[in-house]
Design a protein around this ligand. Structure first.
Ligand code: GUN
Length: 299
């Protein structure tokens, strides 16, 4: 039987509408609006597309937003100076530095330079530590998007076996930590597989929830999953497709065509986790601005 398609586009549109309404009710009447500063470095085509999508989404919900651009051979100190200026600028409640960064940039130093109260990516060690401890904090946008999809599709993780492919700081580590928290919204038993894992199939075949975040096109095949599995595909891989106008096609880490005929539910690529990441960035920025202006959301 064909799997239920978990539609991230529809859910992200709903979330954007909710945020837009909150801006209209809680902010605009007081002549204030949430603000997001996006920093874009170098000429990576995917990063340019993502940052432009983020800017457009900000415009849609009524946020103030600005994009700050650096060429790929910029000096790290210039970036730190800009971040320090943005930390003091009350127009911006959220700051993000689009990744990947050029190799000469110390990612840890950049993460540390952002005010934790404006760290809407959740990459600052203080926020990352809070997440690990199960305290309230900014949840990195992709893991937050995955949790929101599962919640809105009423797919429970409590008592279930979640298998995660990938151990990155942006996705694998935070989603593993979030899913194993002691809470009725999480409560999963978690296995994390990575490049040194032997016999990955032995793990994936047991998964009630499989999260693929390794950046390898079509890595997960039908023989690696069971019929009751919910598959969340985080991969956004560009593969060459000479017949198409822009010469490439976006595919996930999962072989959608065959896996979707076997499992219970699955996210497509595009239209699954991708749009959710942007919606959750907006949500985190709304939370940062709500905290800054001390707005009581329940009022
Ligand atoms: N590049 C890929 N995903 C992300 C993300 O969530 N935040 C930032 N800043 N860069 C990314």
């Amino acid at each position: 039987m064909a799997a239920q398609i978990i539609n991230g586009k529809i859910i992200s549109d709903q979330i954007k509408e909710e945020i837009k309404t909150s801006v209209e009710i809680d902010f605009l009447p007081q002549n204030i609006r949430p603000g997001l500063a996006a920093i874009l470095i170098g000429d990576d085509p995917s990063s340019h597309i993502y940052v432009e999508s983020k800017r457009k989404a900000c415009e849609f919900v009524g946020f103030h937003s600005e994009v700050f651009r650096f060429s790929k051979d910029f000096k790290e100190i210039e970036l730190i100076k800009l971040i320090e200026k943005l930390n003091r600028d009350d127009k911006f409640h959220g700051i993000l530095v689009q990744q990947p960064l050029p190799h000469h940039v110390d990612q840890e130093k950049i993460n540390l330079s952002i005010d934790p109260a404006k760290d809407v990516d959740g990459f600052h060690p203080v926020n990352f530590g809070k997440l690990l401890a199960g305290e309230e904090t900014f949840i990195p946008c992709t893991p937050a998007g995955i949790l929101e999809l599962l919640r809105r599709y009423e797919i429970s993780t409590s008592g279930k076996h979640a298998v995660i492919l990938g151990r990155s700081n942006i996705v694998g580590k935070p989603i593993a930590s979030l899913l194993m928290q002691k809470s009725s919204e999480a409560n999963a038993t978690v296995t994390v597989c990575h490049s040194a894992t032997e016999n990955i199939k032995m793990h994936t075949i047991q998964a009630d929830i499989l999260i693929a975040a390794i950046g390898r096109p079509h890595f997960v095949t039908a023989e690696m999953v069971n019929e009751n599995c919910t598959v969340i595909d985080v991969g956004i891989n560009r593969v060459s497709e000479p017949t198409l106008k822009n010469k490439y096609r976006l595919v996930g880490d999962v072989k959608f065509d065959e896996v979707s005929t076997k499992v219970k539910a699955i996210t497509p690529v595009p239209g699954g986790v991708g749009p959710m990441t942007i919606a959750m960035l907006l949500k985190n920025t709304l939370i940062a601005a709500t905290n800054f202006y001390n707005i009581n959301q329940n009022a």
